[in-house]
Design a protein around this ligand. Structure first.
Ligand SMILES: *[C@@H]1O[C@H](CO)[C@@H](O)[C@H](O)[C@H]1NC(C)=O
Length: 153
């Protein structure tokens, strides 16, 4: 209370302006890259991390993050260049006929590698249009969905 009272008036404005300039300088340095990034610090509160990341994103990166593209179009280069947020295997869209789990893992890891090499390194989400477990993976366990439906009615 005492300090606030004494600093009112012109003398109080100068430190405020100085503080504002110092803050702008810190933000400008942060956009450069290698320095501390709040959004990558798991000790920061979630909303602080989200605000920090959004502040760093360009409009093109935000559009890319809101986009989900089909697997056939998702090369590592496309993921990196357009900062794509999500990839989908539409019904029956598989890496190759009779692709087993290791082939799926290899494909998804390659797409993820591209996403992680984008300017902000945001991982992508992978969506799969499949039923009964993941019925597009060759030799995967298929859950007896119809037996379950039969049991309930
Ligand atoms: C996505 O892949 C499909 C099938 O290969 C192709 O016809 C289409 O042109 C591709 N789209 C883009 C934007 O590359």
């Amino acid at each position: 209370m005492d300090l606030q009272g004494r600093n009112r008036g012109r003398a109080g404005i100068v430190p405020s302006i100085f503080c504002y300039c110092a803050c702008v300088a810190v933000v400008a340095a942060g956009a450069g890259g290698d320095e501390y990034a709040k959004h990558k610090d798991p000790k920061q509160p979630l909303n602080t991390r989200i605000d920090d990341l959004l502040r760093r994103m360009t409009l093109a990166e935000k559009i890319g993050q809101m986009s989900q593209i089909e697997r056939v179009n998702a090369t590592a280069e496309v993921m990196r260049k357009y900062s794509i947020g999500s990839v989908l295997s539409g019904g029956g869209s598989v890496p190759s006929p009779n692709a087993a789990a290791p082939e799926w893992v290899k494909m998804v890891n390659e797409i993820q590698r591209g996403a992680m090499s984008s300017r902000l390194g945001i991982p992508m989400l992978y969506g799969i249009d499949a039923v009964h477990g993941h019925n597009n993976v060759y030799k995967a366990t298929i859950f007896p969905h119809n037996v379950g439906l039969g049991c309930t009615r």
